[in-house]
Design a protein around this ligand. Sequence first.
Ligand SMILES: Nc1ncnc2c1ncn2[C@@H]1O[C@H](COP(=O)(O)OP(=O)(O)OP(=O)(O)O)[C@@H](O)[C@H]1O
Length: 656
Amino acid sequence: MKNYFLSIFSTQDLHSKVSEIKHKWEKFVTNPSNYTNLQTVVRRQILDSWSRCQSMGINPEQKQARTALTSFELEKLLSKSDLYLAAKPIIDHIYDTLIGTGYLITLNDESGKMIYLKGEPDIMRKMEKMNFSPGMDWSEGAAGTNAIGTSIVSKKPIQVFSAEHFCEGFHPMTCSSSPIFHPYTKNVIGAIDFTGLWPSTQPHTLGLAVSLAQMIEQQLLTVYRTKYRQLEEYYHQCTLKWRDHSVLVFSNESVLVDGDPTLLNALNLKKELTFDNHLKIKELLQNPSSFMNKAEEFQFSYLNPIMINKEEMGYIAIFKNKSSTSSSMLTHSKEHHLIGESAEIKNILHKCQQIASINTPILLTGETGTGKELIARYIHEVSSKSDKPFITINCGAIQKELIGSELFGYESGTFTGGKKEGKKGKFEEANGGIIFLDEIGEMPIDLQVHLLRVLQEKEFTRLGSSKTIKIDVKVIAATNRNLEAMIEEGLFRKDLFFRLNVISFTVPSLWERKEDIIPISDYYLALFAKKYNKPLPFHLEEKTKNFFLSYKWPGNIRELRNALEHAVIFSSSAEIEKSHLPDYLASFQTQQSLSEVEHSSFSITEKAEMELIKKLLIQSGWNISAVSKELKIARSTLYRKLIKYNLKEPRSVKVQ
Ligand SMILES: Nc1ncnc2c1ncn2[C@@H]1O[C@H](COP(=O)(O)OP(=O)(O)OP(=O)(O)O)[C@@H](O)[C@H]1O
């Protein structure tokens, strides 16, 4: 069986082999139509490569390789190259056994750029006149037929001997190269090559290159496994955080790691680490919006790099489902009711009505999923700006490079690829209405200054324009982070905090307003019954009710809503049992809370007194004098009762 990868099978009589090949090369370069005559005497891989070089207009008299990377660019590339990190120790290890053989070992990236070279200094010097050094372009398109570039194009190992090189300048060389494949996508990600001067040619060098490539692929498998595990973990955290969105996570070498199944389906992606996916993800990275538009039922929100331990590991793409309840809430909030029976929520809504039409900023704090955005929308609805826009900015999601155009827009012709007619920024869109700065605590500190400036100056200019636009917007910001603690840690600007924290509300957790749990549940049971076309009069079984009232609901109303959606989908009877809930809730064992145990020792009259005090305190915004007056008892007596009933002012509504 013939081995087409090799040119030289024996080291005997190399001189006559060189002149024989040189003669064939001359025949081809002087008259490429000799292709047919040469077919029987020149290896197919070499002849095909010569043809490609000829049609690419490569000069057969070329003497040197060209520079592709400056030393700075090379250094930058190496600092984040998984291939280099995996291959360097292997190359360095094998180098000791090659000393004295006359060979150099090179590592090259997927486009044929040499990124690492190991060898004896005197051989390196001899090769210098051909520019055989890191940063040079050894792709077939730049240096003609050569083992590095040709093995990448053909995706096969190859030995290229003397005049088999298309460019005359490289005829003194012999090289053997094997492509390196991505262990998951099977895409060519580089090439490992052994190069020397032709008198030191050896038929076994190519086999060595192939084994080395396999060792590097094996090493990369370990590197990628760890990386993808971290990205998978990141994806799961995101699905908890972005419950109302659909998320895709892929690695920085464009490998799809995980994603929302419906979204993957819409984008025609498979949840597999495959080459086919890889090409699509590359397209996505090059032109996100055109790719995203393919999924009609989803609206692309943004694409951000994923940093893990200060290292860029991949990208996250976030989408909104146009038909989901949450996104329709965003656009038609009136369809989505804010349910609340508790004195806490009624008190907040009452305060919202009082301040809705005052043009001062409002800061909403509270745990995730407590309804801060819904409350912001409520303020908009009851304000004098209800017929004006309500514009949301997710502050944690703005890309650094795009912050200027996102917030302030741009003039026509400012960017290549930008909209012809220019684009309004969020502040201009919100002008006259309300701007909702969601997740303000997630905004990187270096970007906060942009926001601060526009809030201070109340005017801005579009990028590429000199015209100042005055703005009249009411600002509502929301966060589940402790901004004061973030200021201490240097993560949030004090001046921005003071600008936003003029009126602030803390939206209590669901656990702190248990009266709302059942009414909210009833509302969502009816809503999801309609959505899933299940005309059953859904209601909670008594045991489920008790469980709902004793569970802590760390994800608050969002978690409750999701649990009910799950239950409606999986229940075939009208009565919702615990087993209909998602697994983590169905198997959850609750404990009676400490305060419930304590309160159970009070008599009925004491319990009634405690409830009355609690109600009056909430209604008055914890005004001790007013409540003691109302109850006709001394302030000191009221304080004693607060201690007795363990009533503490929650992180309460605070109007400064
Ligand atoms: N009082 C309520 N009645 C009915 N549904 C509610 C209520 N409060 C919140 N929800 C629902 O709970 C989900 C989460 O609400 P929202 O996004 O407003 O919370 P958030 O506090 O802004 O969350 P995050 O801090 O994570 O952004 C939404 O689907 C919302 O419709």
